[in-house]
Design a protein around this ligand. Structure first.
Ligand code: ZN
Ligand code: ZN
Length: 182
């Protein structure tokens, strides 16, 4: 996943590679923690362009994960696709102070600029970060997943329970006794 600056020709570079999840420590840790499983390797397609001392990298990443649904807890599979475009600039450490450098890098990152040192760009961190960012915040097996009954724990997608029916008279009784404050 390393790009040698020297190998980027005038016309640019197109690269494709497929890596196992174990190659990415952050993703491997998510699997180890039981947060998800990967149902496919991490596939990356890159277009690399060199402009003087700057390198522009445009990439598409795709994989597939198996996650527990946040409502019914059933595992389901969902594809993760990410597109990124970053400009890599050579970092000149000797010019700026270290603290100043951190500030510069933070604001640069917002503009899609990443600094690199030496003769190569390692894309491992970028790729795993992109994959992590694509994880759904609230994973749902389907848009209208009914979830689990909070009382009996039944999966309401499979078996409608009658907890609701039984509890409704109680709810009405509570409502009747409630005074509305103005
Ligand atoms: Zn669900
Ligand atoms: Zn129930």
């Amino acid at each position: 996943m390393e790009i040698q600056i020297e190998q980027i020709k005038q016309e640019g570079l197109a690269l494709e590679f497929e890596k196992s999840v174990e190659t990415f420590p952050v993703l491997a840790e998510m699997v180890a923690n039981g947060e998800c499983e990967f149902a496919a390797p991490i596939r990356t397609a890159l277009r690399v362009q060199r402009i003087g001392d700057m390198v522009e990298i445009d990439g598409d990443i795709e994989t597939s994960v198996r996650l527990p649904c946040s409502r019914c807890l059933q595992p389901f599979e969902t594809p993760l696709n990410s597109h990124f475009a970053f400009t890599y600039m050579r970092r000149a450490t000797d010019v700026i102070e270290e603290t100043e450098l951190q500030e510069v890098e933070l604001s640069a990152e917002n503009m899609g600029i990443v600094y690199f040192q030496g003769q190569k760009i390692d894309l491992k961190d970028t790729i795993q970060e992109q994959v992590v960012m694509e994880f759904p915040l609230r994973a749902l097996c389907k848009q209208d997943c009914k979830g689990l009954c909070p009382k009996c724990g039944a999966d309401l997608n499979e078996t409608p329970c009658d907890c609701n029916r039984r509890s409704s008279p109680v709810k009405f009784a509570v409502l009747k006794n409630m005074k509305l404050e103005k």
